[in-house]
Every structure is written in C-alpha cells, then in structure tokens.
Design a protein around this ligand. Structure first.
Ligand code: PPY
Length: 282
C-alpha cells in the first residue's frame, strides 16, 4: 500500500506512520493539504496527518480539510509522545547570535515559553513541518539559523542539539489520524486502547438552544463525548461547524438513530468513522 505523510523524513508524522505502517511504501508530502489531495486523487491508499496536541490544541488545517473533502474518512487514531529540541548546524555553535528559529507552528507554540525566555529577540518563522525546518538548517551551513525538531531529525540532517526537551509541558502528546476513502479497513499488530466515533456537524440556522439540541441527542442516549471543537465555516464571521468524537464501540441502534435525529433537527452531518485508537512509542 502507498501511504502519504506530512514530510519530509524524520517529521513526527513520519515517526508515527512508520509505526502504523511498518511494511508499506511511505510517501512524503510537503504539507497537510497535499496529504488530503493524494488520498482524494487516489495517488495513495491512505495518509497520516496530525489532528491535535495536548499543549497547543487542534491542527485547524486538518479539521478544515476533513470538512472540505466529503469522501475522506478517519480509519484510526494514534497518540504519540512528543519531545522538541533546538538544533543548529554543527559549524554554528555560538548560540548567542542565532539569527532565526524555524519550525512547524505547533512546535513553536509547544516551546513558546522556553523560546520566549531564552531567545526573546530571535525571530521565529513557520515551516510546513519540524523536519522541513531541520532540513533547511542543514542546507545552510553558513547561516546562524536553528530549528525546533525531534532527535531523529537532528541525526538525519547532521545537526547539533543546543537545548534538549524544550517543550513547555513535560507530558506532551500529539494525536494523529489515518485518513482514507475506505472506512475501517485498517488492521495492525498494535494493541488498541479504545474505540471512538467521529463526525462533523453543522447546525441549522442560528437559533437559541441550537447547540443544546444537538448535544442532547448524545446526552439522553448516554453517548459520552470526548471532544467537541468549533471551527469557522469560512462563509461569514460567526458561522461554524463542529468536530465531535464519541467514546466507545459502535452501537448500531444508538448511533444510527443519533445521526438520524441530528438530521431530523436540521443539522448537516458528515460521519467520519468508528475506529480504533492506538498508543505509540516516542
Ligand atoms: O512538523 C512535524 O514534524 C509534524 O509531523 C507535525 C507536528 C508538529 C509538532 C508536533 C507534532 C506534529
């Protein structure tokens, strides 16, 4: 099988993808949109992308593209511990004069307090991934630039770690998802830590108690929500869709009826899948 991931090599997403797909062909993509497009265009069977982080929260691009690609579903979820390090080219050891720090916006945010305290005047620049930032540093040996990335990126791109474990909260985890056009076809050797169901809900026209009505569909069926996130619909300021996950295995009667009831009250529902959750090693 062909699996796309947010690359390049040694990104956190690749570390996740190699554990989930040890025997498949992994294809790096430059950004999250390209991972979705590769699935959409049947260039690959599946893709692995980040969904949310325990410090920084949801990766909004991933939610947006789940909403914008009706055929794409979630097949599984994997949680991985995340450790960030600040790295430079080995020829540039004078840390006082770092000119710029590159990384994925999530990594810069997860290390914000460390960077703000120790490198307050150094401009930070967003990159498509931590590994892309590390690669760029390795390609510019003459510049005093640094990257926030993982230890495999330091090794692969020949960089020297200046500061270890700079993420602001020790317990730092990211949740990744496997996306594809086929539901529930993912199988692996790993033990799953639970099951959940995900859906995207758009409320009918704005009225008092609209969200309460939606939530009551789950509440009276005793369906326990593990996440609810609102995201702009991009049509008008104040228009949102909701990403909702429900804990537990699939119950045909309860779940199908809940979706029917949501539709009956005028909500628009995209069912994203009922799938397993895995816990990976960092
Ligand atoms: O940039 C990466 O390496 C990614 O895979 C995205 C990401 C960034 C920060 C924490 C977890 C995942």
């Amino acid at each position: 099988m062909k699996i796309a991931f947010l690359g390049p090599e040694a990104s956190f997403t690749q570390l996740t993808a190699t554990q989930l797909f040890p025997n498949d062909e992994l294809i790096p993509k430059a950004n999250i949109l390209d991972c979705f497009l590769a699935v959409q265009n049947n260039e690959v069977d599946k893709a692995v992308v980040p969904l949310e982080n325990s410090i920084e929260g949801t990766v909004s691009m991933t939610l947006d593209y789940l909403y914008q690609t009706p055929e794409i579903k979630i097949e599984a979820e994997a949680v991985m511990p995340i450790a960030h390090h600040l790295m430079i080219h080995p020829g540039q050891e004078n840390q006082d004069s770092i000119e710029k720090i590159y990384s994925h916006p999530q990594a810069l945010a997860q290390s914000f307090h460390f960077l703000n305290k120790n490198y307050p005047d150094v401009p930070k620049q967003d990159f498509a991934s931590t590994a892309a930032a590390a690669k760029r540093v390795s390609e510019n040996p003459d510049r005093k630039i640094a990257a926030v990335a993982n230890k495999f990126a330091a090794e692969l791109y020949g960089l020297k770690i200046l500061n270890e474990n700079i993420h602001d909260v020790e317990e730092n985890h990211t949740r990744f998802i496997i996306i594809s056009k086929t539901e529930n076809s993912y199988e692996n050797h790993l033990e799953n830590i639970g099951k959940k169901t995900a859906m995207l809900i758009t409320l009918p026209q704005d009225h008092a108690g609209g969200l309460h009505q939606v939530l009551s569909v789950f509440a009276w069926r005793n369906m326990n929500l593990s996440k609810i996130e609102s995201r702009t619909l991009k049509t008008k300021l104040g228009n949102y869709f909701f990403f909702v996950t429900v804990v537990g295995g699939w119950d045909d009667v309860l779940y199908i009826n809940s979706v029917d009831e949501l539709k009956a009250i005028g909500a628009d529902v995209k069912f994203l899948g009922n799938y397993k959750e895995f816990l990976l090693e960092g």
